[in-house]
Write a protein that binds this ligand. Structure first.
Ligand code: DGL
Length: 290
């Protein structure tokens, strides 16, 4: 069984793609909605919360866990990998490395914008990892502290969200007008993607974008799913272990949808309602305490 963790609903955008690419596995999704957002919290708190979630998912039978959260990947992944887990028993993977790998082949101007939570921006993880891919890239980061709260409260499709979409994108593109590739460096942000795309389309028409190229938006779901499929292909032992716990889900069929089970630290009813909308299918979550 594969564990998928996020501070809230954002990881569902990753789970959705992973399930399509790898339907043969079972998934246990955990959203720490009661303590979201993580993006404005300190390093120590993010590390502590993420470790609690990892330990919980491991106890439930997951031996492969995806931190479907950039903030946790940036602030907690390395320490957890190096200090807290035995790789013979458990592997924990993040979402930043696979994302940066696709950037060099997509950009023409080599000017990259990174939209992320304040925590991810402060960690500089994207800057460090992108420069490892190509040291000639110019990277501008933009923290978007209001986006996750808008999504967690279900306000992301309303008109009120337009203000904050325009605000952060305008700030980013004013700081570097040569940006042609924009990374959505938070797994919540694909839920705002229709508004982001609408704004960028308008922006392309009003400002003359260099070489008339269109903005490329890098959204993580598909990228992470492909990278995980590749990882499992290269590590057949881990793939086999991840397949082993299939039956573990069958005990409690009430809250299983297809091959996934959903846990939240918030109200199960609230999570079920919102997650059903995000996944476009009815789900029933269970409340847990971390
Ligand atoms: N979805 C998360 C990320 O990718 C976390 C957002 C938050 O809790 O602030 O960074």
């Amino acid at each position: 069984m594969i564990g998928i963790f996020d501070s809230g609903y954002g990881g569902l955008t990753i789970l959705n793609h992973i399930r399509q690419h790898l339907p043969q596995y079972d998934y246990l999704y955990l959203g720490d909605n009661a303590r979201a957002p993580y993006g404005t919290r300190s390093f120590d708190v993010i590390y502590e919360y993420t470790l609690q979630a990892v330990n919980y998912l491991h106890q439930q039978g997951c031996n492969l866990i995806i931190l479907a959260c950039n903030t946790a990947s940036a602030k907690a992944l390395r320490t957890i990998q190096q200090r807290d887990i035995n790789p013979d028993e458990l592997r924990v993977l993040g979402v930043i490395r696979p994302t940066v790998e696709v950037v060099p082949q997509r950009t023409r101007t080599k000017h990259i914008g990174v939209l992320a939570t304040p925590g991810t921006v402060a960690s500089e993880s994207y800057v460090i990892e992108l420069l490892k891919q190509d040291p000639t890239l110019t990277i501008t980061q933009q923290a978007c502290p209001m986006w996750v709260p808008l999504i967690e409260s279900g306000e992301h499709l309303g008109d009120g969200a337009n203000y904050f979409v325009e605000k952060y994108l305008t700030e980013l593109l004013t700081r570097d007008p040569l940006i042609d590739t924009i990374i959505l460096g938070c797994t919540h942000y694909p839920l705002l993607q229709p508004k982001i795309e609408a704004f960028l389309e308008k922006y392309e028409h009003t400002k003359l974008l260099i070489q008339n190229s269109k903005f490329k938006i890098i959204s993580q779901g598909e990228i992470v799913a492909r990278s995980l499929a590749d990882y499992l292909h290269r590590h057949p032992d881990i793939a086999e272990r991840a397949l082993k716990n299939r039956h573990a889900l069958e005990d409690n069929s009430k809250f299983i949808i297809h091959n996934s089970k959903f846990l939240t630290t918030e109200s199960a009813t609230k999570f079920s309602e919102s997650a059903s909308l995000f996944l476009s299918e009815p789900i029933t979550a269970r409340h847990i305490e971390l």
